[in-house]
Design a protein around this ligand. Structure first.
Ligand code: ADP
Ligand code: TRP
Length: 324
C-alpha cells in the first residue's frame, strides 16, 4: 500500500545542522523509498506565532524553499508547498479543536518551553499542536519524519485522531507514526540541544569564515591538552560523528583517549568536514536564488497537488460531524 510521508518546517530563521540531521536529511532520503508519497510543506501559519513581520516572513519562506531544493528535494518526487496555500487545514483544525481537551494541550512541552524562553504567550501558540495535527491528518499521513522535540506533538495528533473518530463514530483518520533520524537531538555549540531560539546553531548557509568563528567557539571542558579526553561526552566529537566515516570516528576517538590532543585540533577537523559537506548545497542555493519564478512555480504546483487531497478529507470530516 502507498505510504504517505509528511513533514513541515517552520520558516522561522536559517536552518542549522540540527534541523538537517534531525529532519531535512531524512525528508530528502525518504523520497527514494518505493511506494511512498512524500509531502513536505513550509509551515508559514505556524511561523506566525513567532515571526510577526510581513517582510521577514516572506523572506524566510523563500529561504526555506531554496534550502530544500538546494539540499536535493525533487519536485517530481515530492509534493512541496506552502501550508497557507491549502487553507482547508485551518477548517479541519477547528473540527479537531472541539474534541481536544484543554489538559492535552496544557501538557505540551514545546508550549511550556517557549513561555519559559519569554516568547509571548498567545492563543495561537497554545493551539499550535491542533493545527499541526490537522496538517498531518488532512493528508491521512502514515509517517511523519521529525526530530525528537516534535514527537510529543505527533502523540497528541494520534490522540486527536482517536477522539474525533470515536466521537463522530467514523474511521476517517489514520494513525500517524513519528519517524526519527539516527541523530534526533543534535547538540549546539553550548552542548544543549541545537535550536534557533538558543543562539547555539551552526547554520548551513554560513561560509568558511563564519563557520570557523562558530566552531572555534564550541564550549569544552577544561581538560589540559596532555590529558586523556572522553569523546562520548564531548559535543565536538558528537558533531564530527555526523559527518565522519566509521574509521575516521574511531581514529579521532583514539586520539581523544590517548591525551596530547587539544580540543582546538578536533575543532579544525570538524570545520573541514562542515565546509566540505555543505559546499555543493551553498553553490546550488546561490544558483536557485537567481530563479525566483522557478521556485514559486514549484510551490504553486505542489499546492495544486496537495489541495484536492485536503479538500476530500475535510469534506469527509464535515460529513461525519453533521456539517454537510
Ligand atoms: P528550532 O528548534 O531550531 O526552531 P524547528 O522547530 O524549526 O527547530 O525544527 C525543525 C525540524 O528540525 C523539526 O523536525 C525538529 O524536530 C528538528 N530539529 C530541530 N532541532 C534539532 C536538533 N537539535 N536535533 C535534531 N533535530 C532537530
Ligand atoms: N511543528 C513543527 C516544527 O516546529 C513544524 C510542523 C508544523 C510540522 N506542522 C507539521 C512537522 C506537521 C510535521 C508535521 O518543526
Amino acid at each position: 500500500m502507498l505510504k504517505r510521508i509528511l513533514s513541515g518546517i517552520q520558516p522561522s530563521g536559517k536552518p542549522h545542522i540540527g534541523n538537517y540531521f534531525g529532519a531535512m536529511q531524512q525528508h530528502i532520503a525518504l523520497q527514494e523509498i518505493p511506494d511512498s508519497e512524500p509531502l513536505y510543506f513550509i509551515a508559514d501559519y505556524h511561523a506566525l506565532t513567532t515571526v510577526q513581520d510581513a517582510a521577514t516572513l516572506r523572506e524566510n519562506v523563500r529561504g526555506v524553499a531554496l534550502d530544500y531544493l538546494a539540499l536535493g528535494l525533487k519536485p517530481e518526487k515530492s509534493t512541496f508547498f506552502r501550508q497557507s496555500d491549502v487553507p482547508e487545514v485551518q477548517e479541519l483544525a477547528w473540527l479537531l479543536a472541539v474534541v481536544t481537551g484543554m489538559g492535552l494541550l496544557e501538557r505540551a512541552h514545546s508550549y511550556k518551553d517557549k513561555i519559559a524562553k519569554n516568547i509571548k504567550s498567545s492563543v495561537g501558540l497554545f493551539y499550535y499542536p491542533v493545527l499541526m495535527a490537522a496538517d498531518i491528518l488532512i493528508y491521512k499521513s502514515n509517517l511523519v519524519p521529525v526530530g525528537q522535540d516534535q514527537v510529543q506533538h505527533i502523540e497528541m495528533c494520534q490522540d486527536m485522531a482517536g477522539h474525533f473518530n470515536q466521537t463522530f463514530k467514523t474511521n476517517i483518520f489514520v494513525r500517524p507514526e513519528a519517524r526519527l533520524s539516527a541523530t534526533p537531538k543534535v547538540p549546539g555549540t553550548d552542548g544543549e540541544k541545537m535550536s534557533k531560539s538558543y543562539g547555539n546553531t551552526i547554520e548551513l548557509q554560513s561560509d568558511e569564515k563564519e563557520l570557523k568563528k562558530v566552531i572555534m567557539s564550541i564550549k569544552t571542558d577544561s581538560t589540559p591538552v596532555d590529558q586523556p579526553k572522553n569523546p562520548d561526552t564531548d559535543s565536538i566529537f558528537a558533531l564530527y560523528s555526523l559527518f565522519a566515516a566509521e574509521e575516521e570516528k574511531a581514529a579521532l576517538a583514539v586520539r581523544y583517549r590517548a591525551g596530547g590532543m587539544g580540543y582546538g585540533d578536533a575543532k579544525k577537523l570538524l570545520l573541514e568536514k562542515v565546509v566540505a559537506y555543505f559546499a555543493p548545497y551553498r553553490k546550488k542555493r546561490a544558483e536557485l536564488a537567481a530563479q525566483p519564478e522557478y521556485v514559486e512555480k514549484v510551490l504553486q504546483e505542489g499546492a495544486a497537488r496537495a489541495r484536492p487531497i485536503a479538500r476530500r478529507t475535510l469534506d469527509e470530516a464535515k460529513k461525519a460531524c453533521g456539517l454537510i
